[in-house]
Design a protein around this ligand. Sequence first.
Ligand code: RTP
Length: 154
Amino acid sequence: MASTEYTERTYIMVKPDGVERGLVGEIIKRFENKGYQLVAIELFKAEKTILEEHYKDLSGRSFFPRLIAYMQSGPVVGMVWQGKEVVKTGRLLLGATNPLESAPGTIRGDFCVDVGQNLCHGSDSVQNAESEIKLWFPRGVTQWKRERLDSLLY
Ligand code: RTP
């Protein structure tokens, strides 16, 4: 059983290319193998306005419209993971943003080559993680558990 002693959480989102390529299980496996706990998960199509908020720091970049269109090109899987230093270590498990610079052994390093199709998002700070969790699970993780897992007495 994964430890619940650590309350740090991160938002991990398998992007449309990751879902289409059947890599959801592989990505979950790497977080589970590392010892992290999955506390919420949803398969959905990302809404444009929420994506624009999520990526607002990149709104001035030339690739922004392409990024938003790509993130809406198919279903995504949004997840909340919890555990010791999960934000920083989650980014290490993903690998560098540009897969050509991601080390072998990381998710991006092992499974992709294109920065525009880099499989998975991971929060880059504890503060951003909490904002992203609120953005993508707006009723909160506790309420999500009540709605989805009520019989398990969370
Ligand atoms: P993410 O938010 O997706 O985890 O990515 P990140 O923090 O590692 O990188 P960030 O700079 O926030 O970029 C967000 C996503 O934008 C796409 N991107 N495309 N030159 C390009 O075409 C370019 N640069 C970035 C990537 O999908 C990146 O993950």
